[in-house]
Design a protein around this ligand. Structure first.
Ligand code: GRE
Ligand code: ZN
Length: 329
């Protein structure tokens, strides 16, 4: 069976070097081998960083062993946070590196663009280059851009451009800019809770800003079975409806956008209950495979999906048919 992995990460060494030189956050401390996401929020790297940087034969071997036919490459947090000029240079280098891989291993990798979002014009130009010249399929953004958030008006032209070029937007978690979450350390502020909270907030803010009404063709993907949104969907609809507010610019109920614009991946969520809730609320046609490599073990993710009590037709949708439909747009 074919298998598309929609959340499959890599770093280039230049990004880590730039993060080593940088005064702000996130930065890399080579002595301690940690990424400092913020003061007192450090994440040990070790084998993780080595795996992220290694995108050659070893990566291919792993994909072959697990039956992953095609992976959409994305670079995690860091590049967008650099100063403008550095962000432009490093975005281009990262995107060029992904492009090289798509050429070296035809059909095995697809590119998603990291963009220098500090200046929207530069970001638009780079997205055009990535799609028109490099054949990329996606703009990979983060749930906040440290000091900015993508639902803000000034990013609307970028969403319009993505829709115009026929590529989807992957909204990947970032550390929330909510210092009240920081006192329990990185695990809590980041992947343990904060990432999900930030991605839910940004997704709902994009809906509330009417971004999907202004750009009806926009396709967006979020990971982790839609964060906690499937579980909350009915209540969100119900309360938006009960207490309309002029600041909520969405023309449809929030759930509408999860049936028309937004899809989800499995990335790093191996809960059967979460899968069943997601399928029940969004439908199997909206769920795709994502491994979240190297932050998660893709073998466990594949095995989890293989264990799900679903029909073979449903498994095919999850492993590749839904991704092919998304990529065909
Ligand atoms: C992830 O994508 O799941 C992730 C990161 C960075 C740190 C931890 C983590 O992107 O789980
Ligand atoms: Zn991820």
């Amino acid at each position: 069976m074919k298998l598309y992995d929609l959340e499959h990460h890599f770093y280039i060494q230049d990004t880590i070097d730039a993060m080593e030189r940088r005064q702000g956050y996130p930065n890399y401390d080579p002595q301690k081998d940690v990424i400092n996401w913020f003061s007192n929020l450090s994440m040990p790297q070790g084998i993780l960083l080595k795996r992220l940087i290694d995108v050659g034969e070893n990566r291919l071997q792993m994909m072959d062993d697990l039956g992953i036919s095609t992976a959409v490459l994305s670079t995690p947090q860091g590049v967008e946070d650099l100063d403008s000029e550095d962000a432009i240079e490093l975005s281009k280098k990262t995107n060029d590196a992904a492009y090289e891989l798509t050429k070296r291993y035809p059909g095995r990798f697809l590119g998603s663009a990291i963009l220098p979002t500090k200046r929207v014009d530069d970001a638009i130009a780079e997205l055009e280059r990535c799609v028109n010249e490099l054949g990329f399929v996606c703009w990979h953004t983060h749930s906040n851009l440290r000091g900015a958030s993508v639902e803000q008006d000034r990013f609307l032209p970028l969403f319009k451009k993505a829709a115009e070029l026929g590529v989807y937007v992957y909204l990947h978690p970032n550390l929330p800019e909510l210092p009240q979450l920081y006192e329990y350390g990185f695990t809590f502020a980041g992947p343990g809770a904060g990432f999900t909270i930030d991605t839910i907030l940004t997704t709902l803010k994009l809906i509330a800003e009417g971004v999907f009404d202004k750009v009806p063709d926009l396709k967006m993907v979020i990971g982790h079975f839609g964060e906690a949104i499937p579980f909350l969907m009915d209540r969100i609809d119900n309360r938006f409806n009960f207490l309309p507010n002029p600041k909520l610019k969405n023309e449809q109920l929030p759930s509408y956008y999860f049936h028309n614009n937004i899809m989800v991946t499995t990335s790093g969520n191996m809960s059967k209950a979460a899968f069943e809730c997601t399928r029940s609320v969004f439908g199997i046609d909206r769920i795709m495979f994502g491994s979240d490599y190297a932050f998660e073990d893709p073998k466990e993710m594949v095995e989890f999906v293989n264990r799900l009590e679903i029909t073979e037709e449903e498994r095919e949708k999850l492993f590749f048919r839904n991704a092919e439909t998304l990529l065909a747009k």
